[in-house]
Design a protein around this ligand. Structure first.
Ligand SMILES: *Cc1c(COP(=O)(O)O)cnc(C)c1O
Length: 496
């Protein structure tokens, strides 16, 4: 399997090279030259397998340059006991034809773990395969979920180190505690005196600084990025679409070959794109329902074909979807415009220069055959949390609730009663207060007391990783001015 670039369809790289580089030199994203086919027979076989075996089938179809035994070892490590319960991605039934795929049973209680538990292994493997003897230093700016998931994924992985910058006062208390208590000799987190934009700009500047790269190289390190456009984050996400389907077959909820819908709470378009890849590989799928919050760029794009990022930015109850530029959409555009790199490049240039672009009717039609999109504001999101609890005694987080609400609209408007899997991206315990308020409870409490309240109300117990947050020692106390982030990197490298 070779990969190409969304902005140059003649480019060819191996999967390992794509994972190591992150982004193509022409500015495009790496995409497969073809989709490996998975037959109904294989899907039927998957029904009898566990998550690791299913992951092996999908990953080995894409990552053909990785040795099978090595890949198997990575999967063993990535989807082990750091996930609670029987499966890393279990499917819950609400009622006949309505299911929830829970992607938050990993160490950070959000779906980023599904890919970030595996990526460090794929990265070090790629480095070894390509004969690089430099170690990888991962730098990340985070507004909450990604930083912790990356720290947890890279902790104590050989030949890697990770430093996360987060805006001081700009993340929730649980998110901050998750980062500053992370164990591992090769991880650290530093609070930046500034907002998320300052933090992200600081990291981008460091990535672009040649003196800094030389300084690192002299010490045997190289900068690497773990963000969601890395091909190594996309492939592990394809797995759980197949796994959810296989579970439904295994439990006799559907017959193998029946189409299903997937509803996906969307921000950067990485998760839902993996669903589209699964469909292209042969997973029987009707529609992918793309659910946005008030930052509704995507639902507008899917409705009228115009992507316009020039608009007011809303801070919502579902912060991980507060995004105006959905980077992974570029990969879908490449597929639906006939794999024409020049066209994609022209749209992306317009987005950069004018903040918008528009696609022709033919492209819109292809998109509509596969997707349906809508959005929900904070009021609807809270209502949805209440509704799901009342009807099904099912507790969902605000991101998942955006999907739940948009799916109700989808059913009302289209009348489509195809079996549907709602993808759940975070544990409700990651947003205790907002979930508690949505269930009608008032008053002020600490997050820990909100968690207790939720437990009393629902009978659900938060994962161990949540309760222990409030007892673990604080390991990372660093704070820096936004002008001093380079120095923080140097200090960190010196400490390794
Ligand atoms: C990252 C994230 C999303 C958005 O996923 P994308 O792949 O960026 O579309 C949704 N929900 C949660 C909880 C997340 O952490």
């Amino acid at each position: 399997m070779k990969l190409t670039s969304t902005r140059d369809a003649a480019a060819r790289v191996t999967p390992a090279a794509a994972i190591l580089r992150g982004i193509s030199p022409d500015g495009g994203l790496f995409v497969p030259t073809e989709f490996p086919a998975v037959s109904l027979n294989e899907i039927k076989e998957m029904a009898g397998e566990d998550y690791k075996a299913r992951a092996m089938r999908i990953l080995s179809a894409f990552l053909t340059d990785y040795d099978e035994k090595t890949l198997k070892g990575y999967i063993e490590k990535a989807y082990g006991t750091q996930f609670d319960g029987d499966s890393p991605a279990p499917v819950s039934k609400l009622e006949n034809g309505k299911y929830v795929l829970e992607l938050w049973h990993g160490p950070t209680m959000a779906f980023k773990d599904m890919a970030l538990q595996l990526l460090p292994h794929l990265l070090t493997g790629a480095s070894r395969m390509l004969g690089s003897d430099e170690r990888s230093l991962i730098l990340a700016a985070t507004s909450g979920d990604t930083g912790k998931a990356a720290m947890a994924g890279f902790a104590d992985v050989r030949d890697t180190a990770i430093l996360v910058f987060y805006p001081r006062g700009g993340v929730s208390e649980a998110q901050r505690l998750q980062m500053v208590t992370q164990r591992g000799g090769n991880v650290s987190a530093v609070a930046v005196e500034g907002n998320f934009d300052d933090t992200q700009t600081g990291v981008k500047n460091i990535f672009g600084d040649e003196d800094m790269a030389d300084w690192l190289q002299e010490r045997g390190w190289r900068f690497t990025s773990a963000n969601s456009i890395n091909f190594g984050r996309l492939v592990p996400q394809v797995v759980y679409y197949f796994s959810a389907y296989a579970d439904l077959v295994q439990k006799d909820e559907i017959r193998c070959g029946d189409p299903v819908n997937f509803v996906v709470p969307t921000g950067n378009f990485g998760n839902i794109l993996a669903g589209y890849y699964a469909k292209r590989m042969g997973l029987p799928m009707n529609r992918l329902v793309c659910a946005s919050n008030s930052n509704n760029v995507l639902s507008e794009f899917f409705t009228d074909g115009r992507y316009n990022s020039h608009r007011e930015f809303h801070k919502t109850l579902s912060p991980s979807m507060d995004i105006l530029i959905s980077s992974n959409l570029e990969r879908l555009l490449f597929e639906v415009c006939g794999r024409d790199g020049e066209t994609v490049k022209a749209w992306m240039d317009q987005l950069k220069q004018k903040g918008s672009y528009a696609v022709p009717g033919t492209v819109q039609n292809h998109i509509r055959e596969n997707f349906w999109a809508a959005w929900a504001d904070d009021g609807m999101t809270s209502e949805a949390i209440g509704d799901a609890f009342k009807r099904y005694h099912y507790l969902m987080d605000p991101h998942t609730a955006v999907g739940y609400r948009v799916y109700q609209d989808y059913r009302d408007i289209t009348g489509d009663d195809t079996a549907t899997v709602m993808v759940s991206t975070a544990s409700p315990f990651k947003f205790c207060k907002d979930v508690g308020r949505a269930l009608g409870e008032r008053g002020e409490r600490s997050e820990l007391d909100w968690a207790k309240w939720l437990t009393e109300k629902s009978g659900l117990v938060p994962p161990e990783s949540f309760s222990e947050l409030y007892e673990l020692p604080i390991r990372h106390k660093g704070v820096c001015e936004k002008e001093a982030m380079e120095e923080a990197v140097q200090n960190f490298v010196a400490s390794l």
